[in-house]
Structure formats: C-alpha cells, structure tokens
Design a binder for this molecule. Sequence first.
Ligand code: ADP
Length: 429
Amino acid sequence: MLLGAIADDLTGATDLALMLSREGMRTIQTIGIPKAGLDLADAEAVVVALKSRTNPASEAVAMSLEALAFLQAAGARQFMFKYCSTFDSSPDGNIGPVTEALMQALSTDLTIVCPAFPANGRTIYKGHLFVGDQLLSDSPMRNHPLTPMTDSSLVRLMAGQSQLKVGLVTRETVAQGAYAVTQAFETARAKGEQVLVVDALTDADLRVIGEAVAGLGLITGGSGIALGLPENFRRAGLMRPSGDRAAFSAPAGRSMILAGSCSEATRGQIKTAVAAGAPALKLDPLAIAEGRFLVEDALSWALSGAFPSTLSQPAPVPLIYSSAEPDEVKAAQSTLGRERAGSLIENFLAETALGLRASGVRRLIVAGGETSGAVVGALAPDALFIGPEIDPGVPWTLTLGQKEPMALALKSGNFGAPDFFLKAWDLLP
Ligand code: ADP
C-alpha cells in the first residue's frame, strides 16, 4: 500500500477514493476500521471512512489515531487526513486536534492544510477559503446547523483549533512551481512553522502542490489535494502499470434501485426511469408507520419478477422509492415528525436491502446520502472497492469482506444525470 487516508465522513471518503482511483490508484474504501483479515494486498490506496466530523474532539482524535495505526500496520508509506472542502468543523475542532495528533504519532514536523476543490468552486487565496464567489464566512456555510463557518481565514482557524505554529504559502509561490513550494516548506521549517495553509485556485495548482508534498509524511486537505499524489508514486516507480490490474467485475445476480432521497435530481431520475418503463413501487411513510405496509410487501413486489417490459431490450431495473415532492414530505413530517419520518424510511429501505440480498439481488443502486449510510450500515461490508465512475462523484463499488459480494452505487441525492438509473448498469461487466 502506498497511500493511507483517514476521512472524517462516509461520502467524503468516497469522494477521495474516487479521485485516487480516477488518477490510476487501485483504491479501497473501508467502512470504519475493518475487521482483521480483510485482504488489502491489491490496494495501492486505502481510505478509512470514519464518522468523526462532529464528535467531541477527544473522540475524533482517538478514532483517527486508531485508523492511523491500522494504515501503518497495513504498510502505507504516506498518510492523508481528509476533511470537507468547506473546512467543516466547530471552533473546538476537529481538524486542528486531529492534525496535531496525527503529526505527533507520525513524528512529522511539517504538514499542509489545503481544502481547495476548484471543480466545486472551493479555492484558497492568501489563506482565505472561498466558496464560489464568496468568502466561506459569507457563504451559506455560516448557517450550517452543526458546523457554522464564520471565519474564512484558514490560518486563523487552524491556529485557533490547535497549538501548532501556522504559516502560509501563497499563490505567488505556487504559481512558480513545485520546486518553489518545496523551498517555501524549508523556509517555514526554519521559522518553526509546523502547518502551512497553501493557496490553490486551479487543478493545475493542486498538481503543483501534490508534487511538492511528495516528501511529507502527512498531508491534510479536501479530496482535491489528492489529484497530484498518485503521480508522485508513479514517478518513483512504485505504482503498478494499469495493465496489471484485475478489472472491476460485478457479481452476477438481480438488480434493483432503492431511493430515499427527495432531492430534485433524484425525483427527476425516477421520472426518467419510469418513463422508460421501469417498474416502480412508491412507499407511503404513513402506511409504513401504521404497519399497513411491511418490508415483506416491498420484497414480494420486488421479487415477483412479473414486471411488464415495454421495451424489446432488457427491461429497465425496478425501483422502490419513498422520494416525494416537498409538500408530500411536509405532510408526512407534520404527522410523524421530521426525524421519525426520516429514520422510518431509512430503516425500511435498509431492511429491504437485506431482504433483497438474501433473495439474490447482487447489483444495487441507492439514492440519498443518509439513505446510503443506513443501507451500508445494514449490509455491513468491511470495505468498498472503487470501480468505474457512473457520473461525477458516483462510482460503482464492490463490497469486500463478505460471503456474497454486491455491486453498490451509493448516490448522494443531488448527483447524477437524469438517466442515471438507466445508464448505470451499462458499466457493469
Ligand atoms: P439526500 O442525499 O438527497 O439528502 P438523504 O437520504 O440524505 O438524501 O436524505 C433524505 C431523508 O429524507 C432521509 O432521512 C429519508 O428517510 C427521508 N425521506 C425520504 N422519503 C421521505 C418522505 N416521503 N417523507 C419524509 N421523509 C422522507
């Protein structure tokens, strides 16, 4: 293994894993710290997905150190701490405390902070983080329910969250190339600086920074900073040529789609699939709450196999969804309460996923971030092998560490083109 990464949430971990995979590294994402015995022999990068972003700092530190020990034992040569590109954290952490603890554990004297992700509008200039055209502190992130970001200075934020001496490498230096950035690292080291916020406006900047950090034991940032890391390993002759790789192969079996996202994008994808003839079962939260509709009912619908096909080609994959228009969601929430409605549907879909697997479904798309979390929690794979990208940010994955592996596509609600539910299957061999 070459790169070991620790991510502070599940979808952020997938984002990073996909970035590394796209840049040519064989990448595995683990769900927490996997059970002993997971075969990582073939992995060049491993991303451990934690759920530590909003935990008390001491807990986040303990979880991150445990993940580090696992990655060290697995042989990683370089480490990364991945957080959100909007630096989501409370004033008490957790980015500062976790960075400090990881540096100490790795006995490293210098690291960088670079959450820039230009493709998503996150850029850093003079140490200030921008979201689109706005400073972070002017962006909607200032009102985030859990991690309101009211300062855009990464230097100040990092200094406030840790005891580390914080410095800055500005765009002017980055624009001069990787050698200039490594020189800036040396100057900072001489001044006793331990963590350097590095400006980045473009993907080209991220590749320059990626090259410059080849010699650092620990890198911290968003998934964007991973753009330039695989090239370092390739340059050093450490990465296997792509011809040596086993292709992504999806297990044979039935296919199904579960959607719990009510986002506009997912609702559009459902309409497109239904219009193309996909059999669809819409869940009613009230019927579920009142016990009038059970998981067994959904399973018998899904497994009856008597779906009319309107096409001469293979029939579109069936779809079970709770996705609803905003007024329907409000109505369900006013009767059941927002949280109860949410967890009721999440649990229902998670149990349905278990039933589908037991009945031979091996290829599954799940729409919705929380929904995906619930389904992955129920299916409980040790890890996910990252496969081909269906649409930006959404890869097919293969569950690892299980008797009956499944191909899973976990789609954050807003992601994907309108024909996502129709075209995703074409990528499965
Ligand atoms: P997204 O990625 O679009 O945010 P999530 O799965 O994260 O999707 O969140 C959607 C939430 O809405 C989940 O908690 C889900 O259980 C809930 N939900 C889904 N359908 C309904 C519905 N018809 N009424 C109320 N809540 C719903």
